[in-house]
Structure formats: structure tokens, C-alpha cells
Design a protein around this ligand. Structure first.
Ligand code: MG
Length: 315
């Protein structure tokens, strides 16, 4: 836990540090200006958990004053969660209003009184820790509800949400949207031959392989259901999707997972269907899913371990 004290007065900085250290707050960082404070904050590790838990900000400073600095920090996504207590010599209401409008969480007046300072610091730190806990619980919950329990990649619910978002985006931008459906060939026979535990392991390996070829925020690999997987490629056409699908097919063969009952190859393979659409108000995401599913069906009919591309769905 660390506290950053921003004050242009040397004496003030030392006083605040002494008061806080006296109460057991050992990690106190001092900055003589907002610019120096910003430099310190920017050099912190950016793992989402800011190292500084609280900023005590002097209101009156040359160059950038406390209110401007506060506003600036609150506009910075990496810094906006750090609570700021404004330290002001003037208890003028107008200044305080501006400070709160700029995003300050609390204020304290100079000359500093030990009891008041500690009470404010303690209560803001408590609030900050509650907010952090809530945030991490929310993140945990989100990942629990959007990931497939067996394979660890996105689940069907996440697929549905991602597709809906991508659909609206493509509709607004008049851009194409592509969908790849992949299904493990003769998976029932695989389970019969090797047992369900091996079947689960096979699903995990295939999922990981498909996931590994998807590497940008506009693409999502998901378990669609059973032994069926899907990849959504936002703002991609069928040609690019076909390349990705073929890459996935080859990568699955390359896993070399033995499949003694498969009549086509002695290893696990997938069939792949690809479809794309430029969404319009008359079309739906369901049509895109159906087209990719139909293409997958043809790939199966045609001998499996291959890719089929649907003619472009009319949007
Ligand atoms: Mg000052």
C-alpha cells in the first residue's frame, strides 16, 4: 500500500509524510509537482493493479494546480481509479466544488490536523479497497460465466454476445463479418474407442489449437457445443476466413492425436464450414450461422477433414 503526496511546499510534504509514517503507513512517495507525480504514476507497473492507492494533492501549486492535475488523472484510464484527497489552504466553497467536479473524492484543509488527516486517509483507503475487491469479484464472475468449463475457451453465451456486437458493428460500418464452424470428425467413435476422459482431453487439445490461431480482439474462438467449435472474425471476408479455417484444420491434423476408428486418417481431424455476410437490416446473424453450418455439413458429406465455403450470404 502506498500513498503519493503531491505538494510544492517542501515543509508540507515532510509534515504529511511524518504524520502518516507515525501511523504505520510506511510507503510514502513525495512529488513536488503534478508533472513529477504523473511521471511517477506512469512508471508504475501496468498490471491493472495500481501501486499507488491514494493521492494527497495540494490545491495551490505553480504551473499545474491540484484541480487541473486531478482532472487530468481522472481522464487517464490507467490512473482514474486512484482516489484523490485534495489538500487546500482555502476552504472556499468554490474551490471545493471545482475539486469534486474534477473527480476528487475528499478534501482536507491546511493547516493539517493529525486526527483529521488520518481519519480521511483511513476512510478513503477503506473505500478504495472495497472498490478493488468488488472489481475483482466482478471480473472473476465475468470470466466464470463466459468461459467453457471443460476447454477454458469462450463458451456459447460469450459467442452469442460477441456475435451480436460484431453484427451491429459490421452493420454500422458496412463491413463483412465471417464465421467459421469446426466439428471434430467421428468424435463419437473416438469416445467409444478411448473413453470419455480421453474424449475430454481431445476436446481441450482441439480447443487450444483453434484458440491459438485467433490472436486479435476482433476475433473470438468459442466452443459452440459438444464437439463443435466456432470462430467469429469481425470485419473479415470469406477469403480470409477460409485461410484461418484451413490453418485450423491443418493444425488439428498436426496435433497427431491417434484416432484408430477414423476411416479417413489415423489421427483426429476436423471438418470446417465458412460463411461471410455484409449485414443489412433485412438479414440476421442466424442466417450467417446457418450458412456456416450448411457449409460444414457439405464438408462432412464430401469426406470430412476439409473446408467448405458458403457462397456469400445475401445481406
Ligand atoms: Mg501549495
Amino acid at each position: 500500500m502506498s500513498i503519493l503526496v503531491v505538494d510544492d511546499s517542501f515543509d508540507s510534504r515532510l509534515l504529511v509524510r511524518a504524520l502518516l509514517k507515525d501511523q504505520g503507513y510506511s510507503d510514502i512517495i513525495l512529488a513536488e509537482s503534478a508533472a513529477v507525480a504523473l511521471e511517477i504514476l506512469r512508471s508504475q507497473p501496468t498490471d491493472g493493479h495500481s501501486k499507488v492507492d491514494l493521492i494527497l494533492m495540494d490545491l495551490v501549486m505553480p504551473e499545474l494546480d491540484g484541480i487541473e492535475a486531478c482532472r487530468m488523472f481522472k481522464q487517464d484510464e490507467a490512473l482514474q481509479d486512484i482516489p484523490i484527497i485534495m489538500v487546500t489552504a482555502s476552504s472556499e466553497v468554490e474551490n471545493l466544488e471545482r475539486a469534486f467536479a474534477a473527480g476528487a473524492m475528499d478534501f482536507i484543509t491546511k493547516p493539517l490536523k493529525r486526527v483529521e488527516l488520518l481519519a480521511r486517509v483511513r476512510s478513503v483507503l477503506k473505500l478504495k479497497s472495497e472498490m478493488d475487491q468488488r472489481k475483482s469479484r466482478e471480473e472473476e464472475l465475468r470470466s466464470l460465466t463466459s468461459l467453457d468449463g471443460l476447454t477454458g475457451i469462450a463458451n456459447r453465451r460469450c459467442f452469442d454476445e460477441f456475435l451480436e456486437d460484431a453484427w451491429h458493428q459490421a452493420l454500422g460500418n458496412h463491413q463483412p463479418l465471417a464465421l467459421i464452424m469446426l466439428d471434430i470428425d467421428f468424435f463419437k467413435m473416438y469416445n467409444d474407442a478411448y473413453g470419455h476422459q480421453a474424449g475430454d482431453e481431445c476436446l481441450r487439445k482441439v480447443a487450444k489449437t483453434i484458440q491459438s490461431i485467433v490472436n486479435c480482439p476482433f476475433e473470438l474462438a468459442a466452443r459452440y457445443g459438444g464437439e463443435e467449435f466456432s470462430v467469429i472474425l469481425a470485419s473479415s471476408d470469406a477469403q480470409y476466413a477460409a485461410q484461418v479455417g484451413e490453418k485450423a484444420r491443418i493444425a488439428v491434423v498436426g496435433l497427431n492425436v491417434p484416432h484408430c476408428r477414423s476411416p479417413i486418417l489415423p489421427v483426429v481431424t476436423v471438418s470446417v464450414g465458412v460463411a461471410s455476410i455484409v449485414p443489412s437490416l433485412q438479414s440476421t446473424a442466424q442466417e450467417l450461422i446457418k450458412a456456416a453450418d450448411d457449409a460444414l455439413y457439405y464438408a462432412k458429406q464430401n469426406g470430412r477433414n476439409q473446408i467448405r465455403i458458403a457462397s456469400e450470404v445475401k445481406g
